[in-house]
Design a protein around this ligand. Structure first.
Ligand code: NOJ
Ligand code: CA
Length: 694
């Protein structure tokens, strides 16, 4: 269903969403600046806001434009993701494309805007032309003028990390609450105290939910937003390269999509497919090798229990190819050894997992960060106590694949130098998933994690991996922007504060209640749930705090934090203490036919029901920051069919810190007419499996 017509813009140059509730305009101001606005149900969402660029060494692309043409198109398709929350995704929008010409310079800049029922995406396009070929962006000047002093859930602007807690406050309070800890990080010195990252979740006093992010970030720096508190207007703030430039462009080219999601129902923000839809269709022809993965890991032993990735404590420095590991004394506590790997493989195989991640298997960890080393890891050579061949052979014999670990320590040339050989090694060993990581400052010096050069690197890893039929889970990479539609072997990213912080200093009880609104808009997160031992003093003598959660909250996270790649992060011996709760982690699917968000409020609570892709079973997960009773109908079940629900809920006396491991498991016959009322304690939750009886 595609129709196209050339039209003269009406006074406002507006286009409405397919259901008519959302209206967006593209226009021009009296000084010839391209301007847009967004309204929902007649109320302003984005007030008239300026568009354009400041260029380096050239006149700006901001003012003096005229509109030379415009055209509208309707589009509708239903597409099937390789994995996801739903088997079918509806992609229906009305598009307005406006061609602007700068009168003095003759330079042409087009803006394409897609208006969906649940939001808007627009991007700048630079067609082939003689007057604009190579150009360097000094700053993108896309504005988002907010209509009121909305509540915002934000993390501070940063060129190198998103691993922050969210702050909730009015827009006008952001600068007052800006964390002072920022000075500790060298990567955001350019930001004023109002710079925030996207996806940014907002809510107006009259109940409108607005979310600002970007889609299809390719060959361009990552978007941040800087707020002018006087007029409540955000302006785009891109990540600079080593010379301070913010985008090196060659026409024909275009920017990523700038997105504004809107709804008066918070559940719709979670259900939206706007970001995925704005990405290009899958570019991998044969996707049969891409599959969901449930995995365990030799990981929490290091992160939670403070054991070393390194093999020896006796080497102050390592030089690849020169250091002789066979002559040094092993530290004797290095978890990535052959015997321990086999123990995990046995456990993972017995309990039906697909893969086992092993970190610290390869030489170099004695000296891996802090020195800006170029040649740091080779991603090939195992430590003397880790028999790579034997471990992989043993895993194969038990039906487990080893998930490869490539910590790059942000030495990019070193990783690209070894990548082909490292992927070939994985192919030879039969490994089809890699967890990569980018800890530390980027080498080459001066580049940032979220700059254009690194954005290109992350995608290069994914496209090269696709040639080797390898799935990628990159940590510390740029925020996801839906590229997993185009490259579904990008099965997950970290790009937010994950479970590892429960070990460092803890996450708030609201953290996982905001992440699906923000971080997860761009794609799945490797949050690594499944921690059952909350008392960190039992994990390490150096730790005296608790994981802020109950066991049932950990179960619910497998539903509320959608990802086709899910870890059971705790130790086998911990799961052995709670076999009935562990049962839920073992059985919960990670790929879905259909998902329905039942209850949601940013940073407060989320309840979601999902239907297994491979069966008629449903699963429900709910998390809450505060004590809460949730109440919902099971009317999503097939009418007339009988089901048995197994409910894993916080016990009445459960409480984070003092009694986090108290839960009760009950069974109940249910059907599509049933109502459920369930309690979550603060920081708790519940998980339910609902299986057909006939
Ligand atoms: C940080 C990652 O988030 C974590 O999962 C990993 O274990 C370490 N880097 C080491 O690579
Ligand atoms: Ca991390």
């Amino acid at each position: 269903m595609t129709s196209c017509c050339l039209l003269a813009l009406n006074a406002s140059g507006g286009v409405t969403s397919p259901n008519g509730l959302l209206e967006a305009t593209l226009d021009i101001s009296n000084i010839g600046r391209p301007v847009y606005s967004v309204n929902y149900k007649g109320k302003p969402v984005i007030l008239p806001s300026g568009l354009g660029f400041e260029l380096r060494g050239d006149s700006d692309l901001l003012n003096g434009f005229e509109i030379v043409a415009s055209d509208t198109t309707d589009f509708h398709e239903v597409w099937q993701p390789v994995w996801g929350e739903n088997t079918n995704i509806d992609n229906t929008y009305r598009e307005l494309s406006v061609s602007y010409r700068q009168k003095d310079t003759g330079r042409q800049m087009n803006i394409r805007m897609r208006v969906y029922d649940d939001g808007v995406g627009f991007r700048y396009e630079f067609p082939q032309q003689n007057n604009l070929v190579y150009f360097v962006i000094n700053e993108e000047k896309t504005e988002f003028a907010m209509p009121s002093d909305m509540t915002a859930w934000w993390i501070p602007g940063d060129y190198g990390t998103q691993e922050y807690e969210y702050t909730e406050c009015k827009l006008s309070e952001i600068s007052k609450l800006y964390p002072d800890t920022l000075e500790l990080n060298s990567n955001q010195q350019d930001f004023s105290r109002t710079g925030v990252q996207t996806s940014l979740q907002l809510k107006s006093d009259d109940g409108l939910y607005v979310n600002i992010h970007e889609a299809a970030l390719v060959d361009y720096p990552c978007l941040h937003l800087n707020l002018n508190e006087e007029n409540l207007t955000f302006t785009s703030w891109l990540t600079p390269d080593a010379e301070g430039a913010k985008g090196r462009m060659q026409a024909p080219c275009h920017t990523p999509w700038r997105t504004v999601m809107v709804s008066d129902d918070a559940r719709q923000i979670l259900a939206s497919n706007l970001i995925l839809n704005l990405n290009e269709p899958c570019k991998i022809e044969d996707t049969s090798w891409i599959h969901p993965v449930k995995y365990m890991g030799i990981w929490w032993e290091m992160i939670g229990h403070d054991k070393p990735w390194a093999y020896t404590f006796d080497l102050p420095s390592v030089q690849l190819g020169k250091t002789d590991y066979t002559s040094v004394k092993p530290n004797g506590v290095h978890p990535a050894n052959t015997a321990n790997a086999k123990r995990y493989i046995d456990f993972a195989a017995e309990h039906g997992f697909d893969q086992l991640l092993i970190e610290g298997w390869n030489i170099g960890w004695e000296d891996w960060m802090g020195h800006r080393k170029d040649y740091v890891f080779d991603f090939m050579t195992p430590y003397p106590d880790f028999d790579l061949e034997e471990v992989n052979e043993y895993a194969r014999s038990k039906g487990i694949k080893i998930m490869m670990h490539h910590e790059t320590s942000s030495s990019i040339r070193n990783y690209e130098r070894h990548m082909e050989a490292a992927y070939n090694l994985m192919n030879r060993l039969g490994n089809d998933a890699v967890k990569s990581g980018y800890v530390g400052n980027i080498i080459p010096v001066g580049e940032h994690h979220f700059g254009q050069w690194m954005v290109n690197h992350y995608l290069y890893c994914v496209t090269e991996a696709a040639k080797h039929k390898i799935m990628v889970n990159a940590h510390e990479a740029v925020h996801p922007t839906g590229l997993c539609r185009t490259w579904p072997n990008l099965v997950a990213n970290e790009s937010a504060r994950g479970t590892e912080y429960e070990s460092f200093k803890g996450n708030s009880t609201s953290h996982t209640c905001i992440l699906p609104f923000t971080r997860l808009q761009g794609g799945p997160m490797d949050y690594t749930p499944g921690i059952f031992e909350m008392d960190m003093s039992k994990c390490s003598d150096n730790k005296h705090h608790f994981v802020n959660t109950t066991i049932c909250r950990q179960l619910a996270l497998y539903l509320t934090m959608y990802s086709p790649l899910q870890m059971a992060a705790d130790l086998p011996e911990v799961y052995e203490q709670f076999p009935d709760a562990f049962e839920f982690i073992k059985e919960v699917p990670v790929d879905w036919q259909h998902s329905i968000y039942l209850e949601a409020e940013p940073a407060r609570y989320i309840t979601v029901a999902r239907k297994d892709k491979a069966s008629e079973a449903w699963y429900v997960g709910s998390i809450s920051a505060n004590d809460r009773k949730s109440k919902f109908s099971l009317d999503f079940l097939e009418p007339g069919k009988k089901y048995e629900a197994t409910i894993y809920a916080d016990a009445e006396d459960a409480a984070i810190v003092t009694n986090p491991q108290a839960y009760k498991i009950t069974k109940k016959k249910v059907n599509s007419k049933s109502q459920l009322e369930l309690n979550s304690v603060a920081g708790g939750g519940y998980a339910i499996s609902i299986k057909p009886l006939n």
